[in-house]
Write a protein of this length. Structure first.
Length: 112
């Protein structure tokens, strides 16, 4: 992965995390939501954002719907933070890695 792709991925992660923590007022978005990782496409046009939601699977699905609804606001904040020609389109996905690790008894302190 090139340095530029990695750097832009970090900016996307920071902007989305900040939006979830303080800017999104949608009651569907759980306050116990965290961004676990961001995968950028090679052409920087798409950002796959993986989120983990503490709670039930129904809470996770509801939170994902709320994030999809707030995508426009997040895209605007992202465009202001990035100094590139075309702002990446953000796609949200649930990250089940923490729940799988918890079920298997694996330590969850180290997540990639």
């Amino acid at each position: 992965m090139s340095f530029r792709i990695e750097r832009i991925g970090h900016v996307v992660r920071d902007v989305v995390s900040d939006a979830i923590a303080s800017k999104i007022s949608d009651p569907r978005v759980s306050r116990f939501t965290s961004v676990t990782r961001v995968e950028m496409s090679a052409d920087l046009r798409h950002a796959n954002v993986y989120v983990s939601v503490m709670g039930s699977d129904a809470d996770a699905v509801t939170t994902l719907r709320g994030l999809e609804s707030a995508r426009g606001m997040i895209h605007t904040r992202l465009a202001k933070s990035l100094d590139i020609r075309q702002c990446p389109v953000v796609n949200f996905h649930l990250d089940h890695a923490l729940k799988i690790a918890e079920r298997c008894g694996m330590p969850t302190g180290v997540v990639q």
